[in-house]
Design a protein. Structure first.
Length: 276
């Protein structure tokens, strides 16, 4: 039997108590509320529920407040699918104390705990990655050296933070080896890649690249006082570690600018998951 057929049987008084579950009650109420003006829908619901109680030989179990409170919630919902809580029989305890509900069997009593409004639908999980793919960014290689260890990683999170003093920030994953090395060396270099250096962006963002100095094999670069710098980059910035804070699954790393140089080479831009 479809929900519509059930609603027709309910109106016709041929539905019995056995098997008239809460789920059916919700759907029938919703259909009545959509088919008829409010007062008529409520009157039909009350008549139907009283009929079920009467046919079960227990007319006294009809409860005015429970019937009407459910009607208000179900009829007021914008979309049943967005409100799974309507299918929870215990929902009225959000609105009524046990005593208040017990007192409302014969006459309608409004709620004593909370107005009869459904909570807003749960927000769907935000696709933060998808949203930020639409935001164009520069692409840089952050490189650091500590003792014999050297490491570079692609980053798209660089931002100018302050002019006086000159500070830049970059966000590094908590698991990133680059973060360990920056912590140790307290210096790092950022090479802002040029439009024709997308292969380097891919290389230093590849988790399978060789470790240590081997990751620079064949990559033209030179060593600055703050760390390795990629040749022919659009700009590069040498930093001393100013501060770092763990923020969620990344560390916000703030560098104090010690060295910086820019060229007029067109920068590489990351947008919509592609390089431009
Ligand atoms: C275009 C691009 C931008 C990236 N930006 C960042 C970033 O801002 N922060 C970060 O932690 N990882 C970023 N990554 C990922 C790292 O480059 C990659 O996971 C790398 O392997 C980091 O791990 P590692 O420091 O242990 O080498 C980016 C990767 C690409 C391809």
């Amino acid at each position: 039997m479809s929900w519509d057929e059930l609603a027709e049987a309910f109106e016709a008084g041929t539905v019995d108590n056995a098997g008239f579950t809460h789920e059916k009650h919700v759907h029938v109420t919703r259909i009545l509320a959509e088919r008829y003006p409010r007062d008529e829908a409520l009157a039909k619901l009350i008549a139907g529920i009283q009929g079920i109680a009467g046919r079960a030989g227990r007319p006294g179990v009809y409860h005015e407040t429970i019937t009407r409170a459910w009607f208000e919630l179900i009829a007021g919902a914008d979309d049943l699918e967005k409100h799974p809580e309507l299918f929870d029989k215990g929902l009225l305890s959000r609105y009524y104390s046990t005593e208040r509900l017990a007192a409302g069997r014969r006459e309608w009593l409004g709620p004593d705990l909370h107005p009869l409004q459904l909570p807003p639908p749960a927000a769907s999980k935000i696709d933060i990655r998808g949203v930020f793919q639409r935001v164009p960014t520069a692409v840089a290689v952050l490189a650091a050296r500590s003792g014999h260890d050297v490491h570079a990683t692609t980053v798209s999170s660089i931002t100018s933070v302050s002019r006086e003093p000159a500070l830049v920030s970059v966000c590094l994953s908590n698991e990133s080896h680059a973060l360990d090395l920056v912590r140790e060396s307290k210096t790092f270099a950022l090479s802002v890649l040029a439009f024709d250096q997308d292969a380097l962006a891919a290389r230093f963002g590849d988790g399978d690249r060789p470790a240590g100095a081997a990751q620079f094999d064949g990559v033209p670069h030179h060593l600055s006082a703050c760390g390795p710098v990629i040749d022919m980059a659009t700009a590069w910035i040498g930093c001393g570690l100013h501060d770092m804070h763990q923020v969620g699954d990344h560390h916000l790393v703030i560098g104090e600018v010690r060295l910086a140089e820019a060229t007029d080479r067109r920068p590489l831009v990351r947008h919509d998951g592609a390089y431009h």
